[in-house]
Design a protein around this ligand. Structure first.
Ligand code: GLP
Length: 255
């Protein structure tokens, strides 16, 4: 599945080479993205040098979210994650890889200026998303409507449990707040790729496909976007009724 997603992303990145100022990429973190970024970086490193240099010269990405209170000096922060998986291997200068400043003295103000910066850059072109076990996108916890914008949020017990793997397995060590792009910015992307893997996501993927759009399942708002791809492995699809996949053409692609 990862190879197939990277095939598409690599092609999209190649297409961007002809644009003089491409709109930003929207990037996510989490365990799902690690193999994807490793594969993507390996593919890009095999590009001819002038082509890769052009891509990196024009690189501009905005991450979805960051924990309040963490920064580049914290190993669990998302800026550290992005530097490790994308910034360092591609030798990108830090200003090209935008992540909210989790250590800002005024997180709500940081959220507003990040949103404004993204708006000035034209909004997101291709948005990559993972899925929370409670249906969150970024850190847009349920209930969450489509008009929410970049802001500070409380993290739910289920999300702190899901992300405890990075904090010695202890949910109490996971920060209580985060800054996240809202569904408004996410749904404004030109193209969205939702990537889901593993048995732990089987229940929520089944709900996502079966249930109507509602605030109680934030990812369900993707169904109203005209250009969404859902990429899921067999484990994540293990609780999906096959009939739904057959006739339910909600998503642009189900792989
Ligand atoms: C986290 C992040 C999301 C991420 C999702 C899935 O809480 N805020 O952006 O996509 O949950 O994470 P994982 O891939 O580790 O399951």
């Amino acid at each position: 599945m990862i190879e197939a997603v990277v095939d598409v992303l690599e092609e999209r990145l190649r297409m961007r080479l002809s644009e003089c100022k491409p709109k930003p990429l929207g990037l996510a973190t989490g365990r799902t993205m690690r193999p994807l970024y490793k594969e993507l970086v390996a593919r890009l490193q095999s590009w001819p040098v002038p082509r890769l240099e052009k891509l990196l010269d024009n690189w501009c990405s905005f991450n979805l979210d960051e924990y309040v209170g963490l920064s580049a000096s914290d190993s669990e922060s998302f800026i550290t994650y992005m530097t490790r998986y994308i910034g360092c291997p591609l030798k990108l200068s830090p200003d090209k890889l935008r992540v909210h400043n989790g250590r800002s003295g005024d997180p709500q103000r940081e959220a507003s200026s990040y949103r404004e910066e993204l708006r000035i850059c034209g909004g997101v072109s291709i948005q990559i998303l993972g899925l929370g076990v409670n249906g969150h996108l970024g850190f847009n916890e349920p209930p969450c409507g489509p008009d929410t914008s970049c802001r500070v949020v409380n993290l739910s017990p289920s999300t702190r449990e899901q992300n405890a793997f990075a904090f010695h397995g202890n949910p109490d060590l996971v920060p209580t707040h985060a800054i996240t792009l809202g569904l408004e910015e996410i749904l404004s992307a030109d193209e969205i790729h939702l990537i889901v893997s593993g048995k732990a996501k089987a229940e929520i993927v089944s709900s996502l496909l079966a249930q109507p759009v509602s605030d109680s399942l934030p990812a369900s708002w993707l169904k109203q976007h005209p250009n969404v791809f859902l990429w899921a492995d067999y484990s994540a699809l293990s609780k999906v009724n096959r009939d739904w996949i057959g006739f339910n053409n909600i998503f642009g692609q189900l792989s």
